[in-house]
Design a protein around this ligand. Structure first.
Ligand code: 5HM
Length: 338
């Protein structure tokens, strides 16, 4: 097959790629990371909203996934925000203040030196004016990154290609490298959120999402977890399905700023919210969901709660609640039983 194979949700290619990498002959040791590698793979999601995996042994973190997607959409690169949700990202920062190449949103949504418009704005303008354009490419990897000695944070995302066909917005994502167990899931979550956000800005339907990887690998130190995930997938009767809702067409940059204003209040423990408080913030139900997740995380990090407040858990989308209960079984599951 010369086109990328299609899958119903990200969970299926995630599992298929883990199986492929576990059997791979190629063993690499780049920068001290021993891994099994497959060169040149791709897959397609005809419905990019099905961007979450429901595997108990994977324990995917929906709080981080929303935080990272919003951090990208806001064009940020600060550790203050993203390091709270993923402390290990602090090791990738040269100055302890900002991230480098992996701050993809900073590259996409801010004007580069010498320009007054961001690459994202320029591509939107192109797609609005040039029918069937093939030029809507957002480069992320920059040749300047090669010149940074011992660069701890070189972009893994080469670029995002946006194509409007028949009033639908398709995206092809090109990655130079992808850690199949750790990076792939959050990358697909965030890039499909960027795709859907772009579709809302252009007033288009969401098209397909295609993911292309140069070096697809599984690090040796993750082999045990990968085995558990593959065992679970083999033993269960059927995949779990929690269809993910559509992003409201009225979403704007202001919406992202509004969500992140409340995110910061929660992250800094300046406030705490009940589900009813979040419902009164003037945000669409769709955008209340990340704030419910951030409130849960605030209770876990700042209150050191043993049982997350049940009103907040009950207001969550059932798929997000399922993920929380498997990520933090003691406090999220205890809260939902109250
Ligand atoms: O040595 P190298 O720069 O390729 O190491 C980066 C590692 O992070 C690779 O395993 C890469 O696949 C993974 N990664 C990822 O999968 C990193 C980022 C951040 O740029 C990402 N996805 N978004």
């Amino acid at each position: 097959m010369l086109t990328a194979p299609s899958y119903r949700s990200v969970e299926e290619p995630y599992l298929a790629l883990l199986r492929l990498a576990c059997d791979a002959q190629q063993h690499i040791t780049a920068r001290g990371n021993a891994a099994r590698e497959v060169i040149g793979v791709s897959f397609r999601l005809p419905d990019p909203r099905q961007r979450l995996p429901y595997l108990a042994s994977r324990r995917a973190n929906p709080v981080f996934q929303y935080a990272e997607a919003l951090w990208y959409l806001a064009g940020r690169r600060d550790l203050a925000m993203i390091g709270y949700y993923a402390p290990s990202m602090r090791f990738s920062s040269i100055d302890g203040i900002n991230l480098g190449g992996s701050a993809y949103g900073h590259t996409l949504f801010n004007p580069p030196a010498g320009d007054h418009r961001s690459p994202f704005e320029r591509v939107l303008e192109l797609l609005r004016t040039e029918k069937d354009s093939k030029r809507g490419y957002l480069p992320v990897f920059s040749r300047a990154e090669l010149a940074i000695k011992d660069n701890p944070d070189m972009a893994c995302l080469a670029g995002l290609h946006l194509l409007v066909r028949d009033k639908r917005l398709h995206m092809v994502c090109h990655m130079r490298a992808n850690d199949l167990d750790c990076g792939l899931l959050s990358d697909v979550f965030s890039f499909t959120m960027i795709q859907e956000y772009t579709a809302t800005q252009l007033g288009l339907e969401l098209g397909t999402y295609t993911h292309v990887i140069g070096s697809a690998h599984v690090n040796d130190h993750n082999t045990e977890r990968v085995k558990k995930v593959l065992h679970e997938a083999k033993e269960r009767l059927a995949p779990r399905c929690f269809p993910f809702p559509s992003m409201p067409s009225a979403t704007t940059r202001g919406t992202i700023t509004h969500v992140l204003h409340h995110e910061e209040l929660l992250r800094t423990n300046t406030t705490h919210y009940s589900a009813a408080d979040i419902a009164r913030l003037g945000l669409a139900p769709y955008w209340q969901q990340p704030l419910l997740l951030f409130e849960v995380y605030r209770q876990i990090v700042h209150d050191k709660t043993k049982a997350v407040r049940p009103d907040v858990l009950q207001a969550l989308h059932p798929g997000l609640r399922w993920l929380l209960e498997h990520r933090w079984p003691s406090c999220a599951a205890a809260g939902s039983k109250q």
